[in-house]
Write a protein that binds this ligand. Sequence first.
Ligand code: SF4
Length: 285
Amino acid sequence: MKIILAQPRGFCSGVKKAVQMLESALVSNPGRIIYVYHQIVHNTWIVRDFQRRGVIFVDALDEVPDGSLLLFSAHGVAPGVRLEAEQRQIKTIDATCLLVDKVHQLARRYADDGYKIILIGHRKHDEIIGIQGEAPEAIVVVENETEIKALNFSADEKLAYLTQTTLSSAETQKMIALLKQQFPQIQGQAKSNICSATQRRQDAVRQSAGGAAAALIIGSRNSSNSRRLQEVAESIGLPAFLVDGPDDIPLEAFKTNDTILITAGASAPELLVKRCVAVLQKNFG
Ligand code: SF4
C-alpha cells in the first residue's frame, strides 16, 4: 500500500492553544476540579484523555458550582455565559480561538451599527451559538442555499454576512454569491470568515489526492472541519472515510495495492495519524 500524508493536516494554532491552556490549568491547580464549557475541541480522544485526568465537561452553567474554575473552549461562548459566570464568582479561563473571537467582534460591530446579520453556519454548532449570542435580535442563521432563498429583507435594509470559521470554502462561496445576488447592498469580508487553517487543510486534500483510491480522514463526527475534509475528498471523486482513530478504520474497504490519502481535522492529534498509518502498514504492507 502507498500512503500519501496531506500537508498541512491536524492541529491548528487555535486547537494547540486551547489544549495547552487546559494542560497548564491542570498543572497550576493540582487537586482542583476544572470544568470546561463544551468540549475543549471537537475530538473524542482528547476529551476522553482530559476526562481521565479529572476534567469535567459541561453544556450548561448550572452544572458548574459557584466559585469554581471554568475554561471556555476554542469555539467561544455567548456574552450572556460570561456575564453569568462573573455574577456567580466562577473563575474563568478563555481559550476561545482568536479567529473565532474576531467573528464575535464583527457581529457586535455590525449589530451596533444597525445591520441585520446573516450568519452562514450550522445552527447547533458551539461556535454559531456563541456568535449568535452577541446580538440574537439582529442575527439570522442560514445553513444552505434553500434557507437563503427564503430570506425576506427589503432593498434598503442594512445587511451584512458572516460565516462560521470551519465551513467548506467552495460551498460557502456559492452561498455568499447567492446572498449578493439577492441583496446587492449586503456587506461582508470579500471571501468569508473561514480560517486559513481550515482553508489550507481543504486545499491540501485537493492538491495531494493524485492517484489515491480513497481518503482516510482522522477526526470526530462532531468536528465541523473534519466533516468538511470528508466532503472535499468526496467532491473530487474519492470514497472518504471519517474515523476517530485506528480502531474505526474500515479495513475491508482497502486493498494491498491501493494508494490512500490520509489527512486529519484541525482538532485531531498527530498521534492518531501515526497509529492509523501503523494499522494500515500492518495489514497491507
Ligand atoms: S479551525 Fe480555525 S477557527 Fe477553529 S480553532 Fe483552528 S484556527 Fe481557530
